[in-house]
Ligand binder design. Structure first.
Ligand code: PLA
Length: 427
């Protein structure tokens, strides 16, 4: 009790909240009386606003969750087939180990790093099952902090949740230049400049592909330069691989940056999410791994991950791991997965072309070519906060305040409506 009070009283905000809490408790008698209503989440909170809107043509292009061309959630047929197989196998419902399902972890790492990776063959890559990308990021953040890291660098801009995930892990979040909004391109020179100024040993978060929210990735030549620079500066690269397969449609192509770094001899970390590529959003399935100097080193790091996981959530859920393992261990289902993942990426690209041409047909004076230059799940439209608010208030179209549009929510039916609304708020 005393320790909690002392912790709360450490910051002035904490002090204020604490004294508010005491005085409200005294007046109402409830220990919850002083709890303020928290703001809606900037991404997931949009769903709540959208649900309440009764306008018939309302559109949600907020959260990056794939929809088919009639706007419905999509379960990959290979996932359905895997579930059928699992049902007849009468599997038990025992606890997983702290590190999760070892068969899944092995298959996930091969999926990310490539079966032919020398580091894989040398057992220098070890990992754990994670509560999808978010859970893996949090475990990594916590582990880094426990092992002496004070800060982590993330791109500016980055996925909004990266910042609270790492802050809540006890790390200071620093930003490196990434995007030049004035011409919708990668700010590569500034990025290099910032990397050169990072203190030795700093952890630096890199989006493996399909950067969220900008949809702009370094070219392979630029990745090579970054790889050399990161090595020279003795930084710790940490790849967030949340969209493997969504950029090019091919999961091996989309892992090129990571595979290049491993080949270049980096010791690094990676978090993988199977939310988007396998469409397993609600199953919270991912992996967190490291490439060590040798097998023993990698295993020691994994043992420390387990020390973070056990008191946090004990062990991860089984179902998603079993689905991914069933698909990836079956040649036919693996091929089906590749085709179905490519199909999702293709539909998104078709919608990029459709949105751009529909915008251009409005007689707009703004350039919209960046929509087809960008890749992955999102279009970083360039709409201002005010324009985004007007999209919502006037046209009932919900995208995030930074002007990010989830292309996965754009369909043949709503694309013209979205384009006309964008034109209306931006002309
Ligand atoms: N990393 C990045 C770069 C992401 O964009 C997301 C999800 C995650 C990790 C985590 O996803 P997971 O925990 O489901 O694996 N970003 C979404 C969803 C798609 C969200 O905000 O939670 C987005 O709309 O940005």
């Amino acid at each position: 009790m005393q320790t909690v009070s002392r912790l709360l009283l450490r910051s002035s905000a904490g002090k204020q909240a604490f004294s508010r809490s005491i005085s409200r408790c005294k007046s109402s008698g409830s220990p919850w009386a002083a709890y303020e209503m928290a703001p809606l989440d900037p991404i997931i909170g949009l769903n709540e606003q959208y649900q309440k809107d009764d306008f018939p043509q309302k559109v949600i292009v907020g959260v990056g969750a794939y929809r088919d061309d009639v706007g419905k959630p999509y379960v990959l047929p290979c996932v359905r087939e895997a579930e059928q197989k699992m049902m007849y196998a009468h599997l038990d419902m025992e606890y997983s180990g702290i590190a999760g399902d070892p068969t899944f972890v092995d298959l996930a790492l091969k999926f990310g790093y490539g079966e032919d990776s020398d580091a894989m063959k040398e057992n220098r890559i070890q990992g754990v099952q994670a509560l999808s990308g978010t859970g893996g990021l949090r475990v990594m953040g916590e582990m880094l902090r426990k092992h002496g890291h004070k800060h982590i660098y993330v791109p500016n801009p980055t996925w909004g949740n990266h910042i609270p995930i790492f802050t809540n892990s006890g790390l200071e979040v620093k930003k490196y230049s990434y995007y030049d909004a004035s011409n919708s391109s990668l700010a590569f020179d500034n990025m290099v400049k910032d990397f050169k100024e990072m203190p030795e040993g700093s952890a630096v978060l890199l989006h493996a592909c399909a950067h969220n929210p900008t949809g702009m990735d370094p070219t392979l030549e630029q990745w090579k330069q970054l790889s050399e620079l990161i090595k020279k500066q003795k930084l710790l690269p940490f790849f967030d691989c949340a969209y493997q397969g969504f950029a090019s449609g091919n999961h091996a192509t989309d892992a090129a940056s990571i595979r290049m770094f491993v080949e270049d001899g980096h010791t690094l970390a990676m978090v993988q999410s199977f939310s988007k590529n396998f469409g397993l959003y609600g199953h919270r399935i991912g992996a967190l791994s490291v490439v060590g100097a040798d097998e023993d080193e990698a295993k020691r790091v994994v043992s420390q991950m387990k020390m973070v996981i056990r008191p946090m959530y004990s062990n991860p859920p089984r179902h998603g791991a079993r689905i991914v393992s069933t698909v990836l261990s079956d040649p036919k289902l693996s091929q089906d997965f590749k085709d179905q993942c490519a199909g999702m990426a293709e539909r998104i690209n078709t919608m990029r072309i459709a949105l751009r041409s529909s915008l251009e047909a409005t007689g707009t004076s703004r350039p919209w070519d960046h929509i087809t230059k960008q890749i992955g799940m999102f279009a970083f439209s360039g709409l201002t906060k005010e324009e985004v608010t007007n999209m919502r208030d006037i046209h009932h179209i919900y995208c995030t305040m930074d002007g990010r549009i989830s292309m996965a929510g754009v369909t043949s039916d709503n694309v013209d409506y979205i384009a006309n609304a964008i034109h209306d708020v931006s002309k």
